[in-house]
Design a binder for this molecule. Structure first.
Ligand code: HEC
Length: 496
């Protein structure tokens, strides 16, 4: 019981839940992609800084090399470089007696880096393969060595986000090739123009970038959280309203069903109450007419009694029709299934209507093929349908006309029984209306003819009770063909 309630609860809320899940998914996707793109943005910025640092660094080195190194005054810190001892005029004296020494590009840059590290964020470093090292201080670290090998393989740049002394750094390295000016100092090592002889790396500290990124991510998370909350609130409120509206609709539908049932019950009760006295009227007028307990007297009295009996019978048939409709609507119709021999039933019904046909100067013909199979049905109801169709056909066919009853097994296995007349026909627009009980029918059918006008409606419902259909084709002034169809499952001995 409790489980059932939970299930219905979940069903009530299911559409809201689905929307909520989709919303959460959307916001989450947006959040992840935003945070991810913030990271991409950070890295792109850092790369830009690394490259511009590298280029500045490189232009300093090339400038120094293009001048074959630069002369600087000898001081305690800047002593003549022993690795340049092979260069003639490494040390010179100006005419005024100031002593100068030659400074090579690598040294120059190293000194700039040391002296102005605060101005210069990204540190640059020149290095080469260990076996070619001029100065052991320039020895490559693990990453630089790996990059050097990659340059040998043809790569032009290596990039890595790594840690140096436990701080995050972006490292970028590019190869250095020997050019003409380099040979002044490096020819001694046997270097030739165009050879890969090392590389320059720069490293950009990422700490500040990451701090900025973190701030951005926080803003993204908070704004997404707010949007998410707003959305959730909206979905919940909307879902609740929708649920309430659905509930109201369901309630009013239930009320309508209850009202309809009450109406049906009322009709059934009333029909019953009316039938009892009517039966008395019919029975007693019959007795009076047959003069069982004495003469009626004048012929006129006899005629009146006859009229009373006829009117009573007519009224009874109308009430019976009404009761049928009420019972079908309430699903309370007595219904007994048996094997029904269609050919025989058709014959019986035609026989019952023959007198009336003769009276109206009509011919009834039938065309029933041999061996038409029996159907599982309520024989009384099948007769009721056929009698109704026949009496309608007779009623609405002018003198001299024909009513034809036919039956056939269709290729798809269904059985048809049709009643075709050469009567007044029905307007195309009105065909659908003939099946409505009480409504409209009055005008179409009974304006000039007697009857309750709900026979067709009952017949259609009775056909439906058998899983079948009742269809009407008609042309004004030409005639009408009413066809009852029984589904093939109804055929006795049929395999479903
Ligand atoms: C003025 C002389 C001079 C010129 C010009 C010069 N270098 Fe150097 N280079 C040196 C000296 C000296 C060292 C080593 C000492 C140091 O690190 O200061 C060195 C170091 C290097 C290193 C670092 C590896 C090592 O052996 O220590 C590389 C790579 C290098 N030079 C490449 C070049 C290239 C490429 C050029 C041309 C664009 C060039 N050098 C121009 C003198 C020079």
């Amino acid at each position: 019981m409790a489980f059932k309630r939970i299930v219905t609860h979940i069903k009530d809320y299911s559409s809201t839940l689905v929307v909520l899940v989709v919303w959460c998914g959307l916001v989450l996707t947006s959040l992840v992609s935003n945070v991810y793109s913030t990271r991409e943005h950070t890295e792109a910025l850092a790369m830009k800084e690394a490259r511009s640092n590298f280029n500045k660094d490189k232009s300093f080195r090339l400038w120094g090399a293009s001048h074959g190194g630069v002369y600087v005054p000898i001081t305690k810190r800047t002593q003549p470089n022993p690795r340049l001892s092979h260069i003639p005029e490494r040390d010179i004296t100006t005419p005024s007696g100031v002593k100068l020494t030659l400074m090579n590009p690598a040294w120059m840059i190293r000194q700039i880096m040391n002296d102005y590290s605060r101005l210069y964020q990204g540190r640059g470093k020149i290095t080469t393969f260990p076996e070619m090292l001029f100065n052991p201080k320039n020895a490559p670290d693990k990453w630089e060595l790996a990059s050097l090998y990659e340059f040998e393989g043809g790569k032009h740049e290596t990039v890595a986000f790594t840690k140096i002394n436990n701080e995050p750094y972006l490292r970028l390295m590019r190869p250095m090739f020997i050019e003409e000016p380099c040979l002044k100092c490096h020819a001694k090592q046997g270097y030739k123009v165009g050879e890969l002889r090392g590389g320059v790396s720069v490293s950009v500290p990422m700490k500040e970038y990451y701090a900025e990124e973190h701030k951005q991510a926080q803003i993204t998370v908070v704004s997404h959280g707010m949007i998410w909350l707003l959305g959730v609130a909206g979905i919940v409120i909307f879902g609740r309203r929708k649920r309430m509206a659905t509930k109201k609709i369901l309630e009013s539908r239930e009320q309508a069903i209850a009202a309809n049932q009450a109406k049906t019950q009322f009709l059934a009760n009333m029909s019953h109450e009316l039938r009892t006295p009517l039966n008395a009227i019919i029975g007693f007028s019959e007795m009076i007419k047959s003069e069982i307990f004495g003469s009626v007297g004048s012929d006129r009295n006899k005629e009146y009694v006859h009229d009373i009996q006829m009117s009573g019978e007519h009224l009874l048939s109308v009430i019976n029709d009404m009761l049928d409709v009420a019972q079908i609507e309430a699903g309370a119709l007595d219904y007994i299934e048996s094997e029904v021999d269609l050919a025989q039933v058709i014959e019986e019904c035609i026989h019952l209507e023959t007198a009336r046909a003769v009276q109206g100067d009509l011919t009834i013909r039938s065309n029933i093929p041999e061996g038409i199979p029996s159907v599982r049905a309520d024989v009384t109801r099948v007769k009721q349908i056929l009698l109704n169709l026949l009496s309608n056909a007779i009623k609405f066919t002018p003198a001299g006309g024909t009513v034809l009853v036919q039956s056939e097994v269709r290729p798809d296995g269904e059985i048809n029984v049709s009643v075709k007349d050469t009567g007044i026909g029905i307007k195309e627009d009105d065909i659908s209306k003939v099946f409505e009980p009480f409504v409209q029918v009055e005008n179409i059918f009974t304006r000039t003819h007697h009857g309750s006008g709900i026979g067709l409606s009952i017949s259609k419902r009775l056909s439906a009770l058998h899983g079948g259909e009742l269809n009407i084709e008609s042309e004004l002034g030409v005639g009408t063909k009413a066809t009852v169809t029984f589904p093939k499952e109804r055929i006795c001995g049929a395999v479903d």
